[in-house]
Design a protein around this ligand. Structure first.
Ligand code: ADP
Ligand code: MG
Length: 698
């Protein structure tokens, strides 16, 4: 196998190497130019690329092609067409034109548009994004695409991402020019998303409708053993899991995904995969693909991969760590501290740009991770709180403090600290990664945004980060380009930025109660739930930000908000219906049967000895009868809450709030009762696999 890795790596990807090999030289050059400049593709070039792509795909056994895109549903969409084309003599040939490569017309009415288009003009189109390589999946040539309505409004996650990458690249380049780095032609965002997931046995999964319909358990009593022993994290990977991971790696490698690290995570049955970082556009596509491949490979091992943020209450949820940095086309990481005073000054300016961006747009970062699923995780076990703050580590924080005050202790006394003149003390990488509780941590040469839920696309967070940083870099460049004395202006700017935005820096324990209070004193936002966070998406400052950088139009922003609110409401609605169904059809009948069996046991015993106390049976009988009556009433209340929300018929925001306040509340009450019944109901009668079964059976 080891020898084969370089051979299989990227074998299903129409990557640069394949293009260079298979395209005529001028076509290859022209395509490359388009990729780098983002300009329109010449139709003649498209035809030639399509022909080469088709031949390559046929050799690899593909029969179909699909425009692969990322609508607002959060998962990828594809509609497969075969390459066949009939000939006059009744046979078929395999064809694929440049037109088919460049543009597709899926029925846009099946994708959420947030009111952007009425159903009678439910047309949309997909357009090839040549910056992301085509690949083969399950016998289909997949062509990464953007997705727009016919009016040109964006209906996907990819288009705004591409725009944000362009925006931040352009502004970063201006800043680099100020530092005399004129050799750099392009700056790109680099992203490495670490992905957490759970694996459960497929047969057990299939016997729980909550897992099937909601991706998470809606009830389940705590098992006697949870994650307190830490034995899962440090333990060896079990053979069945190891076999899954091995195949996962191979499948990802074939797709050109740099799967690098695999290990167990803190919770039982929880694991993590991390790829080597790549450009943001590819990383976002590849993370979507990774999630899909994980699910498919798991099935082949009779496992189910759960990507929900909180499949089980009481143990860690699953997140995604979005490692983010800026890199030049000459390979320089702009968030790596430099070795010379000049490099350090540049590094500090970029650091300040991120700090200001995160402080000014905390709300947007929070919004970018706001989903019904992630609400169960943020602020819970081992997860970052709903407050956005930034961890810089002690050394870097001390440096910023010295810069702000203009003085530094050099070992013998206080000296004046000036950017661009003094060499910064070295910033050791390892000490920056100790704080696992920070939602936004500097980890030596990149930032790690840890609030993302495991199942969500990494597009949103990167759109926000790129655009927010583009904005601060633009302000910096505007100010510095006009400065008479660059170094003095730089010093003043950095000092001012630190003073204005240092409130976002927090190096302490983000999970501590005291932080919530401290954050409130600092005026940081703390949006606890999705309906709290989402409406701020269209706050004037945010509309100005996104429109200024041409990432979203205001109409697009309102439509996205609408979709996100609707998605929240739909998610909770499905959960409530599923829960009510499971309780009414399975749990109540089962517990009642068990109670009846206790009653029969009492009668049977008393038939022999009429004075028998039967304490065990009668006390348990009573307890269970009380609980079933309670659960019965609570299911009623849950259904009444659902009816109430429907009857109110509020707008999208009101409905989302109602689902949270009425429906989720009723579900929490019902869950408490169900979880009280489970441990005192005979295993023989309990209709579902328990937490212990699900988490400890592999
Ligand atoms: P840590 O030990 O701090 O988690 P790793 O080196 O293991 O750091 O990296 C974690 C993730 O961060 C990996 O996916 C890695 O590829 C990614 N990463 C590393 N450097 C960068 C960078 N410059 N930009 C984006 N992601 C990066
Ligand atoms: Mg990490």
């Amino acid at each position: 196998m080891a020898k084969r890795v370089p051979e299989i790596f990227g074998s299903l990807v129409f990557n640069d190497e394949v293009m260079r090999e298979r395209l005529p030289k001028d076509i290859y050059k022209s395509l490359h130019k388009t990729i780098e400049s983002g300009n329109q593709l010449d139709p003649a070039v498209a035809n030639s690329v399509a022909a080469a792509m088709k031949d390559w795909a046929l050799e690899k056994g593909a029969t179909h092609y699909t425009h692969w895109f990322q609508p607002m549903t959060g998962i990828t969409a594809e509609k497969h067409d075969s390459f066949i084309s009939p000939t006059s003599d009744g046979r078929v040939i395999m064809e694929f034109s440049g037109k088919e490569l460049i543009k597709g017309e899926p029925d846009a009415s099946s994708f959420p548009s947030g009111g952007l288009r009425s159903t009678f003009e439910a047309r949309g189109y997909t357009a090839w994004d040549p910056t992301s390589y085509a690949f083969i999946k399950d016998g289909s040539l997949c062509i990464p695409c953007v997705f727009c309505a016919y009016g040109g409004e964006v209906l996907d996650k990819k288009t705004p991402l591409l725009r944000s990458i362009e925006a931040v690249g352009e502004q970063a380049l201006r800043v680099l020019n100020l530092f005399g780095n004129t050799g750099v032609r392009r700056v790109v965002t680099t992203v490495g998303p670490e992905q957490e997931y759970f694996l459960v046995d497929k047969a057990l999964y299939e016997s729980r409708r909550d897992l099937i319909f909601c991706g998470r358990t809606l009830f389940g009593a705590r098992p006697p053993k949870g994650q307190e022993m830490d034995d899962h994290y440090f333990g060896a990977i079990k053979p069945r899991i190891a076999a899954f991971m091995k195949e996962l790696d191979e499948e990802l490698w074939k797709l050109g995904i740099l799967s690098k690290t695999k290990h167990n995570e803190a919770a039982p049955a929880q694991h993590e995969m991390a790829p080597i970082f790549t450009t943001a556009n590819l990383a976002v596509d590849q993370n979507q693909l990774t999630m899909e491949v994980m699910k498919n490979v798991a099935l082949r091992h009779n496992l189910v991969c759960l990507l929900h943020e909180k499949p089980f209450a009481g143990v860690n949820g699953s997140g995604k760590h979005n490692n983010w940095s800026l890199s030049t086309d000459t390979g320089v990481n702009l968030l790596a501290p430099g070795k010379t005073p000049y490099e350090n000054a540049q590094f500090l300016l970029f650091l300040c740009a991120v700090m200001k961006a995160v402080d000014e747009h905390q709300d947007l970062l929070r919004i970018s991770v706001a989903t019904a699923g992630n609400d169960h995780r943020l602020g819970a076990h081992e997860a970052p709180p709903a407050i956005v703050s930034m961890f810089l580590g002690d050394e870097l924080t001390a440096i910023l403090e010295a810069l702000e005050s203009g003085e530094v202790y050099n070992g013998t006394g206080r000296i004046k600290m000036n950017i661009g003149v003094h060499v910064l003390p070295p910033i050791p990488k390892d000490t920056t990664d100790r704080n696992r509780t920070s939602p936004f941590a500097f980890t030596g040469n990149k930032f790690e945004f840890r609030m993302l839920g495991a199942s969500i696309s990494t597009a949103e967070s990167n759109i926000v980060l790129n655009t927010a940083v583009a904005d601060t870099l633009q302000q910096f460049a505007d100010e510095l380009e006009g400065a008479e004395d660059f170094t003095a202006a730089l010093n003043a700017l950095i000092r001012r930025t630190i003073k204005a935005h240092k409130r976002i820096i927090f190096n302490g324990d983000g999970y501590a109660e005291a932080w919530q209070e401290e954050a409130a004193r600092r005026g940081l936002c703390n949006y606890r739930s999705t309906p709290d966070a989402l409406p701020h998406f269209v706050d004037p400052k945010n509309v100005e930000l996104f429109t200024r950088h041409h990432v979203f139009t205001e109409t697009e922003m309102h439509s996205r908000l609408e979709i996100l609110l609707e998605t929240y409401a739909k998610t909770v609605n499905i959960e409530a219906l599923t829960f009510a169904d499971m309780v009414k059809r399975d749990i109540l009948p089962a517990v009642s049967d068990f109670a009846a069996s206790l009653a029969s046991a009492i009668s049977a015993k008393r038939a022999v000895v009429p004075t028998m106390a039967c304490r065990y049976e009668s006390e348990l009988f009573e307890k269970l009868s009380d609980l079933t009556d309670l659960a019965y009433a609570q299911v009623d209340r849950l259904e009444a809450a659902l009816a109430e929300v429907k009857a109110r018929g509020g707008d999208a925001l009101q409905t989302a709030q109602d689902y949270r306040d009425l429906v989720l509340f009723a579900m929490t009450e019902l869950r408490a009762t169900v979880d009280a019944m489970e441990p005192i109901t005979s295993e023989e009668y309990w209709p579902y696999p328990t937490y212990a079964d699900l988490m400890f059976s592999i």
